[in-house]
Design a protein around this ligand. Structure first.
Ligand code: NAI
Ligand code: MG
Length: 357
């Protein structure tokens, strides 16, 4: 029984990097000598599909995806479609439709990569950013043209939604991860001094849930202070949990600090496993370099590694992580990391290093 994966490459370099990840997973399956296999089904959704059909995905798209073991996603967004339409029409539609409320974004140094943070070779950066992925600032609540006129112009309202259940489940999820790490520490991020309702609720839930995890060190940090801490005290962090918007911003900062946005992987989990989870690089469609074959596939390949873990293929996931480290250590680096390797060259190097276990 193969693992059935729905591939949605979507736009720009999403196409290139998902092809790379698929090639790597097929090599992982080949190396298993038939112990397991992956069956891919590709969906043509995205901004080109929108140009033809007026929608980002098929109307029954969620039904088509429902029975897959996982979704492997590229990136969505292209200058021809307003970004809020492409994002809500595809990526957020899947995240929300399948209640993928936990977004996990690991951030770590790879050998052979210079980071703005790496002052010495022994500087450590090993974080997991846990993002609330179903409500908060991206709840989609609000409206335009409300009839009210403020200062003589249009008024728009964009509200955040925080529920006790939503806060508690993501905070527990993050504590459970923190508990498995060498450094058992969880940092909770809000802006509860300025946003006095939802974020104070979050803080209250965090304090209450923390009592169930006496073995995990905790701290609550305001998001602006946390941005500074990411840069100035990277070694003091382990797992960071934050609301939808705050974690979105912090994880881009984190991946840039690790060397490049092109390195960052992520998983959108439906932890109850009622629906498929979705694995994707953190970066977008990068129209500035799309189609040139120079995009960095490591974020997408590492996301495929998170999918291996999700399937219970732990040894294979570890071997893939090792092959990625071996690739960067050998100096096979794409342009965003200061090298000159193409997407294919990086991908093929990872596949070679998979075999040298
Ligand atoms: P972006 O992540 O596409 O690009 C930002 C910068 O990083 C660009 O200079 C790009 O060349 C570089 N970059 C990103 N990934 C790279 C990789 N793998 N290898 C080498 N360089 C890489 O973000 P941007 O430019 O803000 O957005 C472009 C489009 O992507 C927009 O339509 C946006 O809405 C969409 N987007 C989609 C996301 C998703 O599908 N999850 C996430 C972020 C943006
Ligand atoms: Mg982002």
């Amino acid at each position: 029984q193969p693992f059935r994966i729905a591939a949605i490459p979507a736009d720009g370099i999403g196409q290139e990097v998902t092809a790379a990840g698929q090639k790597v997973l097929d090599a992982v399956a080949k190396n298993s000598d038939g112990a397991f296999a992956f069956e891919w089904t590709e969906f043509p959704w995205g901004s080109d599909y929108y140009a033809e059909h007026g929608v980002m995905m098929a109307d029954d798209g969620l039904d088509q995806l429902r029975d897959f073991d996982a979704i492997y996603f590229g990136a969505v967004g292209w200058p021809s479609v307003p970004d809020h339409i492409s994002l809500w029409g595809l990526r957020l539609a899947i995240c929300q439709g399948f209640d993928q409320w936990a977004n996990v974004r690991p951030v770590h140094f790879l050998p052979g990569i210079t980071s703005p943070l790496r002052k010495a070779d022994d500087t450590k950066l090993e974080w997991i950013v846990v993002r609330e992925n179903s409500e908060g600032e991206y709840a989609g609540l609000g409206g335009r043209n409300l009839g009210a006129r403020g200062h003589g112009g249009e008024v728009a309202v964009q509200s955040s939604l925080f529920t006790e259940v939503g806060c508690e489940r993501i905070i527990r999820f993050a504590f459970d991860i923190a508990r498995t790490r060498d450094r058992r520490k969880l940092s909770s991020v809000t802006k509860s001094n300025a946003q006095q309702y939802g974020m104070v609720l979050w803080d209250d839930v965090f304090k209450r849930v923390a009592k169930d995890y006496p073995d995990v060190e905790t701290e609550s940090v305001l998001v602006d202070a946390m941005a500074a801490k990411f840069v100035l005290k990277p070694e003091e962090l382990s797992v960071v949990v934050a609301s939808n918007l705050n974690a979105d911003i912090l994880s881009d900062l984190g991946s840039a600090l690790a060397g490049s946005l092109g390195l960052a992987s992520s998983a959108n989990y439906n932890p109850e496993r009622r629906f498929p989870s979705m694995f994707e690089p953190v970066h977008g469609s990068a129209p500035d370099i799309a189609g040139q074959g120079i995009s960095n596939p490591i974020g997408a390949i590492a996301s495929a590694g998170l999918m291996l873990e999700h399937f219970g293929l732990t040894a294979e996931a570890e071997n893939l992580a090792r092959a990625i480290r071996a690739t960067t250590a050998a100096g096979v680096l794409p342009r965003d990391l200061g090298g000159s390797a193409t997407t294919d060259e990086v991908t093929d190097a990872v596949i070679e290093f998979l075999k040298i276990g």
